[in-house]
Design a protein around this ligand. Structure first.
Ligand code: FES
Length: 288
């Protein structure tokens, strides 16, 4: 299992633990019924509930009693019955009381909030977490360098750069003897290839390759660059930016897209440009 997977699993476990803790807090608060009752009510709950109640037995209305007394033979006097009810206070445990509607909604609200926060946290982390392997901003394995270089040349001798989508870079060839000194010893040119960032150094448009002219021509404001990304014309302030290259033991090219190298405008082109008609109508802005 990779380090990235372990980290993501760890983050997920922490989020789940946080959600469980939030739920436990909500449960504990809602299960203590005294916390929701004010002190006055609690005091009243503990006090004597009522004075003894005396209930006199009575039979019928006064009129009926008088009539009965007149008609019926005298009966022995019945003593009044006094019923005294004692207040009974029964303490009910939370378990016996069960879950009230308020407690249920409190818990449901707490659980929903915790679940939402956990999901939101995970989504945010996955978005912000730096990519440890692959993808732009990291080291991109483009494949065997010899095979890659072979793909750059056409039968008619022209060149078609190889676009590496993961690195957002064009792989271009160069001839060892003619390479400009400004590209040497800075790690951007090795084994006959360079990786140029597709982004125009003027305002950031994606710069397409122009096959007829054998150069890169920006459609936004007309900046033009040679095959190896040397500035030729337009408002661009420098050459196309490029990435540091490395090679592993299997001769695979590693494009370090986290290491971008800038170079000044080329005083002299080391690769002829243009070699044919341009792909854009005219260059806009300053030249030279
Ligand atoms: S963005 Fe390319 S020339 Fe302006």
């Amino acid at each position: 299992m990779s380090a990235e997977n372990l980290i993501l699993i760890g983050v997920a476990l922490v989020a789940i633990a946080a959600a469980a803790a939030a739920f436990a807090i909500a449960y504990r608060r809602s299960s203590d019924w005294r916390s929701g009752v004010n002190a006055e009510t609690l005091a009243a709950d503990r006090s004597e509930v009522a004075e003894p109640v005396a209930v006199a037995a009575a039979q019928g209305t006064e009129a009926a009693a008088a009539a009965d007394a007149a008609e019926a033979p005298p009966e022995p006097a019945t003593p009044a019955v006094e019923v005294v009810s004692e207040p009974v206070v029964v303490e009910v445990s939370p378990e016996e009381a069960g879950v009230t509607r308020r407690q249920f909604f409190n818990r449901a609200l707490g659980a929903t909030f915790a679940t939402f926060m956990a999901g939101f946290g995970l989504a945010s982390l996955s978005f912000l977490w730096p990519k440890l392997t692959g993808g732009f901003g990291s080291d991109v394995n483009a494949g065997n360098v010899d095979e890659l270089r072979e793909q750059l040349f056409n039968e008619d001798g022209s060149v078609t750069p190889l676009f590496i989508p993961e690195a957002r870079a064009y792989l271009v060839p160069y001839e060892e003897g003619s390479l400009s000194p400004q590209f040497r010893d800075i790690g951007v040119a090795d084994r006959g290839v360079m990786a140029l960032w597709q982004r125009c150094v003027h305002l950031g448009c994606r710069v397409p390759w122009c096959q007829p002219s054998q150069g890169f021509e920006c459609p936004c404001h007309g900046s033009k660059y040679s095959l190896v990304g040397e500035y030729f014309a337009g408002p661009a302030p420098r050459n196309l930016d490029r990435f540091v290259l490395e090679f592993n033991a299997a001769d695979e090219l590693i494009i370090k897209t986290g290491s971008i190298v800038q170079t000044p405008r080329a005083p002299v082109l080391t690769v002829k440009y243009p070699q044919g008609p341009s792909c854009i109508a005219a260059t806009v802005g300053a030249e030279g």
